[in-house]
Design a protein around this ligand. Structure first.
Ligand SMILES: [Mn+2]
Length: 325
């Protein structure tokens, strides 16, 4: 079953490398300022790790003929969850090769409804389906999301939720999502592909609920891509993607990879960085950029969006790994 990581911000904060902090221009609000000498040291370290990639020697994709090894790939994953209103939910099952996130629509809170009810139930039901499936079953994210939605709606569960599920079926990554919970697939330090948020209008994502008039699975964005060993999938709610730009995600992943981060470290640092960005009021974020582009009167809006932040980090590995959170 999903496990809400009960880390405190201070715990996560202590594990964000100073080099990353310096490189991204964020300060540590809860700790003494880094001394100048240490800052220079951290900046130099960051410069080495975060140097722009030299693509001059990159191979032409059309020349790609590296022999792919036989056999299935596996996934290792870990999650980090930093609560705000505590309306996000997630699950994962390494043996089945599937992870998911959901984000309860906060508007229900104002109506006196438990805004986490649908997000938690749909992730619970998705996990229950996976856990009771015949071992070796290849999970179709769309079918799983549809089944979990049906089970959740059948009980007239209140509120609504966005959701995203990614699976590894053999050597293929598959996905399905509704709304602005999403994912990126990173290969060789670069985003290979990413989900595109589905919104009715600014800050109103597509959402699943028990109401038949709401969005349905027919609205889900689905797809698949051939996976490779070494690929990294970052699954997250909008608490991540509204506060962290794609190039920042790439740099954090490159730095974490260079430092030999396990998925746990990568998830914590990614979530911790998103949390700091969310609380800044003088940084550009994806949220502020979109607000500036689409909302009249917000031409100079800066800052992040405080929110629940869920990050699930998946490493694609050469052989199935039997572990789970
Ligand atoms: Mn959210």
């Amino acid at each position: 079953m999903e496990k809400h990581m009960a880390q405190t911000l201070i715990e996560i904060d202590s594990r964000i490398p100073d080099a990353l902090r310096v490189a991204f221009g964020i300060c540590r609000p809860s700790c003494p300022a880094i001394l100048r000498g240490q800052q220079d040291e951290a900046a130099n370290f960051a410069a080495v790790l975060l140097a722009p990639r030299d693509d001059a020697g990159a191979s032409d994709p059309m020349d790609y003929d590296e022999a792919e090894p036989e056999g299935d790939l596996g996934m290792m994953f870990a999650s980090s969850y930093i609560k705000d209103h505590d309306e996000d939910a997630h699950f994962g099952h390494a043996e089945a090769g599937v992870v998911g996130v959901a984000d309860g629509v906060g508007g229900y809170r104002k109506k006196g409804v438990d805004a986490s009810a649908f997000s938690r139930a749909i992730m619970h039901n998705a996990y229950a389906e996976v856990a009771t499936a015949v071992p070796g079953t290849r999970i179709c994210p769309r079918a799983l999301l549809e089944r979990a939605h049906q089970m959740t709606a059948a009980k007239h569960t209140p509120a609504a939720s966005t959701a995203a599920i990614v699976s590894l079926a053999g050597r293929t990554l598959k996905w399905a999502y509704v709304g602005d919970s999403g994912f990126v697939v990173i290969r060789d330090g670069r985003i290979l592909l990413r989900s595109r948020p589905q919104q009715h209008y600014f800050n109103c994502p597509y959402q699943l609920s028990s109401n038949q008039d709401c969005n349905r699975l027919a609205d889900a964005d689905v797809g698949e891509v051939a996976a490779k060993e070494g690929d990294i999938v970052i699954l997250g709610t909008d608490g991540l993607f509204d506060n962290v730009f794609d190039d920042e995600i790439e740099r954090i992943v490159r730095m974490g990879t260079a430092l030999g981060f396990a998925p746990e470290n990568m998830a914590e640092v990614m979530a911790g960085f998103a949390c700091e960005a969310a609380s800044c009021d003088d940084r550009d974020t994806p949220y502020s950029s979109l607000a500036c582009r689409t909302q009249p009167g917000n031409a100079y809006f800066t800052g992040g969006k405080p929110d629940d932040i869920t990050v699930v980090v998946v490493y694609i590995v050469s052989c199935p790994v039997r572990s789970q959170i």
